[in-house]
Design a protein around this ligand. Structure first.
Ligand SMILES: [Mg+2]
Length: 152
């Protein structure tokens, strides 16, 4: 997906990196509505799950979503995995402190504030903040929403 945004250099996003707990899952369970959106985005983005797997359900959820899982036990591991994916063409959606170095590494960063809350340092490294993962994923399905938020 190519983004041309007033006040910014154009950029391409080819990969979407998702956090699991607090972002697409709550208490280890996938949030309703995520799967449909992943299915809708799969043709235009490569989608991966990076997770510290706090709740032990990462493999099950990755299988359900038919996306690749990379187990990333800490913040440095998330950033290191992103480095293998051409980070200037990556977007990410996350919420926690474990996502901070990843947010500092990739091109487009969306932070969600849902029932687990969000880490303030990670928030300060984000481009967009939403209160729902469904709204965050919809930014990729309806790119004019994304453009409206980050244009200068
Ligand atoms: Mg999280």
């Amino acid at each position: 997906m190519r983004y041309t945004i007033p006040g910014h250099e154009s950029f391409d996003i080819e990969t979407l990196i998702l956090d699991l707990n607090g972002t697409i899952a709550i208490d280890g369970k996938l949030i309703e509505g995520v799967k449909e959106r992943i299915d809708a985005l799969r043709g235009s983005l490569r989608i991966l799950l990076f997770s510290g797997d706090t709740q032990g359900t990462a493999a099950e959820i990755a299988k359900e979503l038919q996306i690749e899982l990379r187990l990333t036990p800490d913040a440095a591991a998330k950033a290191a995995e992103a480095q293998t994916l051409d980070p200037q063409t990556c977007a990410t959606i996350g919420n926690g402190r474990i996502d901070l170095e990843l947010f500092k590494t990739v091109r487009l960063r969306i932070l969600t504030i849902q029932v687990e809350g969000a880490h303030p340092q990670t928030l300060l490294e984000s481009d967009i903040v939403t209160t729902s993962i469904l709204d965050a994923l919809d930014l990729f399905l309806k790119p004019k929403r994304l453009i409206a938020t980050i244009r200068k």
